[in-house]
Design a protein around this ligand. Structure first.
Ligand code: G6P
Length: 613
């Protein structure tokens, strides 16, 4: 939620701020801005509503020129996405601030600040940060001390970067609840919400910890922890390559990421399995002891990651025979759940920074010390990996398209491995069953390539959605979760209202929605529920709906008028089928979005990493 970049170097910082913001647009893209300290030691700000390119067009490179600066791309929380609400926010020409997060006590602070004579020029919560630091700066020895004092009055979440002409040559950054990474360069030092923004200038990063505040100058980085004690944080070398974050020959990141899935899945499996066995140690050296002890599983996640968890509930109960519950994090964290001893609390998250998921984990750890935590996550240096007992990294690579694709299928692969590992620890998985599952998983990259090869047929089907505004997705068993993910993808990027239902539930309400303008999309693997699903399809067809069925070659759904049947694969097991049947649904959404002319990679109102609640 919102992207921050800043830096201090020997040359003009403005081009880096703009190119970095473009890489951070996945975090928000409704307005953008930057402020630099110019040659006259004055704060010079440029802002624009809309995408970073609008900001870029507003920058006069001759005048907006300075060696120190901070910038921001916004996903609006408080205040509309207008220029006046765009960051940076400035107080009296003395303090410039960019902020990612939400200051929850901002109203209270605003009233106090107004009484002290501070004037507000925006509707944001961030502006109180600029005023608070301005105030503490009056009686502090420098900007660092002022920020250290000011943040103690904030409640909520923040990642902030601050500059001031009163203390030129310093950027002060602070994090609590929102990610910040410092880039250690040869010709300067930098800060950003995500290392991808800084890959052009460095591969050396310091990942700040909760409560850290850092003073960054051209040739030094000094870090203090939440008690203001100076600390050392390790410098880590990033393995990320610039090419991993470029679109290559693809039209969109989402398209590239869909087609990267065979490799992403192969990478996720690598070193986690032998020819016929899942390596429990891949979940951490304590995993075996923990898995043997657990009696319950609670999964928490949001969005697409939640849908992955829904599939896993079937697998964990079916294979590992452990009672498993799943809930969206934003609900779970605010109720009083009964947390039984020996529960394995699993968070699933692409980013590892989703505020609701992270807070749910923190709340659970406070309430019951006898639980164990595991995160299935795509970002190694994230808050969730730092705060969980066990971590299993999905090796999806960087995912930039806001609509998650390869993160989802690699999460499913990871959860399949987990189900087997826990099942084996509980004596529920025979060597033969494990071998069959591992063999199926090993076949996934090839099977996904085969499913991707159906793209041309899917392009034709997508054309029929041109004037449609509603769609219904059906599946049974774990395929209901896949239908949910298909509906979510279609909503997110084509803005078509889509719902997913377990096919057997259709007759209890949603069947009333069916008419010729509401296409119905069903996933029909050849499993024990196939005959029941076929009956449900008949019920739909007889109400005049236009239907698309993605089937197993052996499912043999009866051809009918107005029914398009696309074979995707054949003879899949319970584990591989949900993963493969995700592919045609991703392709369908992508091609419908192209027809609708929406912004595929940056759909309206969404952001990839939601670090506010
Ligand atoms: C946002 C994204 C979704 C994602 C969800 C959870 O809503 O737009 O694509 O599934 O956050 O994110 P996480 O990083 O926790 O998986």
């Amino acid at each position: 939620m919102c992207g921050i970049i800043g830096g201090i170097c020997q040359n003009n910082i403005t081009p880096l701020l703009v190119s970095g913001l473009k890489r951070l647009e996945y975090r928000g893209y409704d307005s953008a801005g930057l402020v630099i300290l110019n040659g006259d030691n004055a704060l010079q700000r440029v802002r624009a509503a809309g995408k970073v390119v609008n900001l870029e067009n507003n920058i006069d490179s001759k005048t907006v020129n300075g060696k120190i600066g901070i910038a921001h791309t916004r996903w609006a929380t408080h205040g509309e996405p207008t220029t006046k609400n765009a960051h940076p926010h400035i107080c009296n020409g003395d303090v410039g601030v960019v902020h990612n997060g939400i200051i929850e006590n901002f109203l209270e602070l605003k009233i106090e600040q107004q009484a002290q004579g501070y004037h507000f020029s925006s509707d944001t919560d961030t502006e109180i940060i600029a005023h608070a630091i301005h105030q503490t700066l009056q009686d502090s020895d420098g900007l660092l001390a002022a920020v250290q004092k000011a943040v103690k009055t904030f409640k909520g979440a923040y990642g902030i970067s601050v500059i001031s002409p009163k203390n030129p040559g310093h950027i002060i950054v602070a994090r609590s609840g929102s990610p910040l990474v410092i880039g250690v360069g040869e010709k300067g030092n930098f800060v950003a919400s995500d290392q991808v923004a800084l890959l052009d200038v460095t591969k050396q990063f310091i990942f700040l910890e909760e409560g850290d505040i850092a003073d960054i100058t051209l040739d030094s980085i000094t870090i203090f922890d939440k008690s203001d004690i100076q600390v050392e944080r390790k410098i880590k070398t990033s393995k990320l390559q610039n090419r991993q974050i470029s679109k290559g020959d693809y039209a969109h990141y989402m398209q590239k990421e869909i087609f990267e899935q065979p490799q992403a899945i192969a990478d996720t499996l690598e070193s986690r399995i032998t020819k016929d066995k899942v390596l429990t140690s891949a979940f951490g050296y304590e995993a075996k002891d923990i898995f043997e002890k657990i009696e319950h599983i609670q999964i928490i996640a949001c969005g697409t990651s939640y849908n992955a968890g829904l599939v896993a509930k079937y697998w964990l109960e079916d294979i590992a025979k452990i009672p498993t519950h799943i809930e969206v994090a934003s609900e779970y964290r605010y109720r009083n759940p009964i947390i039984l001893d020996n529960t394995l609390f699993i968070t699933i998250s692409q980013s590892g920074e989703t505020a609701d998921t992270l807070e749910a984990l923190r709340a659970v750890k406070k309430r019951n010390e006898n639980i164990h935590s595991l995160t299935i996550c795509n970002c190694a240096e994230s808050s969730l990996t730092r705060e969980s007992e066990l971590t299993f990294l999905t090796h999806a690579g960087v995912e930039i398209g806001v609509a998650s694709t390869k993160a989802f299928t690699t999460q499913l692969v990871s959860l399949a491995l987990l189900s087997v590992a826990i099942g084996r620890c509980h004596g529920q998985v025979s060597a033969e069953q494990e071998k069959a599952i591992v063999t199926g998983l090993n076949q996934l990259p090839g099977l996904i390539k085969k499913a991707l090869a159906q793209e041309n047929q899917i392009i034709e089907l997508a054309k029929t959605f041109k004037n449609k505004f509603n769609a219904l997705f059906l599946g049974r068993g774990p395929m209901h979760a896949i239908a949910m993910e298909g509906a979510l993808k279609l909503k997110e990027i084509s803005y078509i209202h889509a719902e997913a239902y377990p096919a057997g539930e259709l007759k209890h309400g949603p069947i009333a929605l069916i008419d010729k303008d509401t296409p119905v999309i069903a996933v029909a693997p050849n499993d024990e529920l196939l005959d029941k699903l076929k009956s449900n399809l008949q019920e739909v067809k007889s109400r005049g709906s236009q239907m698309i069925v993605f089937e197993d070659e052996d499912s043999k759904v009866t051809p009918m008028n107005g029914l398009s049947i696309i074979p995707i694969t054949n003879n899949l097991g319970r584990i591989t089928a949900p993963i493969i049947f995700t592919i045609p649904l991703q392709l369908l959404s992508y091609h419908v979005a192209l027809i609708k002319g929406t912004n595929v990679d940056q759909p309206r109102n969404l952001a990839k990493s939601v670090t506010v609640e």
